[in-house]
Design a protein around this ligand. Sequence first.
Ligand SMILES: Cc1cc2nc3c(=O)[nH]c(=O)nc-3n(C[C@H](O)[C@H](O)[C@H](O)COP(=O)(O)OP(=O)(O)OC[C@H]3O[C@@H](n4cnc5c(N)ncnc54)[C@H](O)[C@@H]3O)c2cc1C
Length: 384
Amino acid sequence: AVCGRVCPQEKQCESRCIYNKMKKPPVAIGYLERFAADFERENIKANNIELRPSAVEKNGMNIAVVGSGPAGLSFAGDMIKKGYNVTVYEALHEIGGVLKYGIPEFRLPNVVVEAEIDGLRAEGVNFVKDCVIGKTISYDQLHQLGYDGIFVASGAGLPRFMGIPGENFIGIMSANEYLTRINLMGAGRPGEDTPVLKGNRVAVIGGGNTAMDSVRTALRQGSKTAMIVYRRSLEEMPARVEEVHHAQEEGVEFMTLCNPIEYLADEKGRVRAMKVQRMELGEPDASGRRSPVPIEGAIEEIEVDLVIVSVGVSPNPLIPNAIPELEISRRGTIVVNEESMRSSIYDIYAGGDIVRGGATVILAMGDGRRAAAAMDKELMKQEK
Ligand SMILES: Cc1cc2nc3c(=O)[nH]c(=O)nc-3n(C[C@H](O)[C@H](O)[C@H](O)COP(=O)(O)OP(=O)(O)OC[C@H]3O[C@@H](n4cnc5c(N)ncnc54)[C@H](O)[C@@H]3O)c2cc1C
């Protein structure tokens, strides 16, 4: 149900549909999956069906999962069904990772995520919230608690900024902060204490899914003008095609081939404008997309009163910092064997964004499943 709502089907399942070869539109696999999963969820609710654990014999081994995003949840689901005792530790006060704190309700309703979590609870997965592994509980303490295997799925929640002048002015924040305030902390809803700045002219910098979620959220928060500022053209945007269409339909302005180079503030230090450099497309870069090249002298000043920076994320540094023996790549990701998802430490496996950098929900879920299969195989071998 989650994937049917958020996966970039045009690049994943639908791009491999045999209908493409027949020059016909691909089968809408995502929508079909979404229909089936929604039907099942509503059926369970309407008929008050009690969720029961699978009839599987417990093997007495204990597994810890760090992080409750899609990688952690899919891993937990597979391991519990293989007979392990599974505990998922989550730093935040809600289970779900980006599915809860990042992707807004209008795109992925919380009831859908909750239904998946309820299913795991019914299977017997134990969830511990407000617990930061590496701070509240150390790696050594996890061993003392008797865990036989650890799966790290701590995501890529560290926002990047552009490092341009004025980026610290009031009214400029990361998409992570903006979306977390609204989605997780209830900012903007009557009766909630969490504040959030509401702009009249909001600029969201970037062209990914996070940027689309932020700009559409800004419209819902009441901004008069909400614009995407992206340094390449519409064709190169990494966001799902559907998200771009929805944003266009809702009246988002697209300033493509534009890159902010400086922010300007009023006397109180609050952002009032941004200078943007107009770009043109040059030769393809390493990603295969045509790279943006500045047009000399083409600099404009544009009025803005809220800027949301959505130019990518870095791996969460908490676990890499807490376990110095863990092999970490130059990008800050945990290095794993691609097939088994096992790290340089024998009992730690990892998957999702902490291994890939910012990627997608379905890739994170696939990692969780591969890691579960490999960890189970290894632990069963040790048992013999
Ligand atoms: C706004 C937004 C929109 C997106 N839209 C899409 C989309 O449309 N389609 C798509 O496929 N992908 C999308 N993505 C990307 C996708 O959400 C991620 O690739 C995916 O969630 C990664 O899953 P994960 O399980 O690795 O990590 P996450 O979902 O990031 O979960 C990691 C969890 O680990 C917790 N954690 C971190 N460190 C610790 C610790 N030390 N102890 C305990 N807990 C810890 C974090 O609090 C977090 O809850 C989007 C991302 C964002 C931010």
